[in-house]
Design a protein around this ligand. Structure first.
Ligand code: PA5
Length: 466
């Protein structure tokens, strides 16, 4: 297990290494009271942190998922997930991490597993292309919504239900739909029961963005042949590591504490930059987790605080040629989190050639993995030299175990940062406000007052639309 342990290197967050702009040990020590309170809250706040139990309490659920996955896999060529936010970003991140980047393009990378399409957006062109691309007869549509009322997901569900029933008949259509939702609340569970759809459940204390390790993420992963037991084992391992009250030995706690102090020092931006294509979408998933959990107007005492830190997604080495100039020399308003990999599953040697042109020939005899690792180390070094705080999470290799670890670590870090900020990391009133406005625009019953309020707003001045 120790061999597969992910590592957090935070040397370059410290003043000792990056100079004046960095964090001192004394600054961390000064937070002792806050840290103690946060440690206690992490142990006591069980209701909204049921996601912490997911690595341990799902033996039956996992067996049910695996049984269903094994039964459905031979019958389908494609799995389409309809869901958004927390219902989509985790499945995308895990799929990209574990499988070949060309999984969907060729059977040789799929080993008999179905193609996976996660349709989170409702761009009509994309959805219509997708429905044209897949063969309904060979496709399973997985509808995922915790609330069972998200307009985007419910609209997609209505569209596909109608098409399936018209083309395949009601009885067959039923077998092409699976739902993942709350066991009791919301419209989707009501509909699923009435229609007789196979259904998996999102536990009540598991919010959307903390749901990757419940059926939301486990079901599509299992259907696509990903070892979900190993992923949960990785999360369970990280659960042990993140129960340590000693912040210097707890990767999630120290991650959050250093981010918290950085925020207090005006670092309003946090850039996550994986150095592996397989991890590119981990930063997408993380961006939602960090932004939606910590970006809050009120603290727990009702004071207006307007806190949060803007997550930015970057990719090494690609963005060295795009964003890194800004990170190196621009304003001191951000911190960087690199995510690296020790061992790539494949490597490509660079042949020795052009030895008569030393400025090209030096590349020969090495490999692409060596070049990428060198570039990552060089970027970290250059940032440190220019006094920019950065830290690095390293995965010994990308597999289900390490992915389970990093997801879980970042979830705990986010919850802990919420405690330090004294805000509710588990609600999303800003998202709900947008959802309510959509309902009002679209004439959902019960939203007349909201619609009237919106109509009473000053009209746009055509003068400013040019
Ligand atoms: O993290 C969250 O709670 C949100 O991002 C939700 O996942 C997203 O809004 C989708 O909600 P639902 O699962 O209820 O359809």
């Amino acid at each position: 297990m120790e061999q597969m342990r992910i590592k957090l290197d935070f040397n370059n967050m410290l003043a000792e290494y990056v100079g004046n702009d960095g964090i001192t040990i004394a600054e961390v020590d000064r937070l002792a009271g806050k840290i103690k309170a946060a440690n206690q809250a992490m142990m006591q706040k069980r209701e909204k942190m049921q996601w912490r139990d997911l690595p341990h309490n799902q033996a039956d659920v996992v067996e049910e998922i695996l049984a269903y996955a094994n039964e459905i896999r031979p019958k389908i060529k494609a799995l389409v997930v309809f869901g958004i936010g927390g219902s989509a970003l985790g499945p995308i991140a895990v799929q990209q991490a574990i499988h070949s980047p060309y999984y969907n393009l060729s059977e040789k990378y799929r080993n008999g597993n179905p193609q996976l399409f996660v349709a989170d957006n409702i761009d009509p062109a994309t959805i219509s292309h997708l429905l044209e691309l897949v063969d309904l007869k060979d496709t399973l549509f997985s509808v995922v919504s915790k609330s069972g009322s998200t307009s985007e997901t419910m609209a997609q569900f209505m569209i596909i239900k109608d098409i399936l029933e018209r083309k395949l008949g009601k009885d067959t259509a039923r077998k092409h739909i699976v739902c993942t939702t709350d066991r009791e609340n919301g419209n989707l569970i009501k509909i699923a029961k009435e229609e007789g759809y196979k259904t998996f459940y999102i536990p009540s204390g598991v919010g959307g963005r903390f749901s990757q390790l419940c059926p939301v993420g486990l079901l599509p992963a299992a259907i696509c042949g990903i070892d979900i037991k190993k992923m949960l084992e990785g999360a369970a391992y990280m659960n042990e590591l993140t129960r340590n009250d000693n912040i210097w030995q707890n990767p999630a706690y120290i991650y959050a504490i250093l981010h918290y102090i950085a925020m207090k020092k005006g670092k309003n931006i946090s850039v996550m930059m994986p150095y592996a294509d397989s991890l590119k979408y981990i930063s997408d998933w993380y961006a939602q987790l960090w932004a939606e959990s910590l970006g809050k107007k009120y603290d727990n005492n009702g004071n207006v605080v307007n806190v949060g830190q803007t997550p930015v997604k970057a990719l090494g080495v690609t963005d060295q040629h795009s964003q890194v100039q800004l990170y190196m020399e621009g304003p001191f308003d951000k911190i960087m989190v690199f995510v690296g990999v020790d061992d790539f599953p494949r490597d490509v040697p660079i042949p020795k050639s052009f030895e008569d042109i030393p400025s090209v020939g030096f590349l020969g005899g090495h490999s692409l993995a060596e070049l990428l690792l060198a570039e990552q180390a060089a970027t970290e070094y250059a940032l440190q030299q220019s006094g920019r705080m950065n830290m690095t999470i390293t995965l010994p290799e990308v597999n289900e175990h390490t992915i389970g670890q990093i997801l879980y670590m970042l979830e705990v870090a986010t919850a802990y940062a919420g405690e330090l900020l004294n805000i509710d990391a588990f609600d999303q009133p800003g998202v709900e406000a947008g959802k309510d406005a959509t309902y009002a625009y679209f004439g959902r019953p019960g939203y007349d007052a909201k619609r009237a309020e919106m109509e009473a707003q000053p009209k746009k001045n055509p003068k400013y639309i040019i």
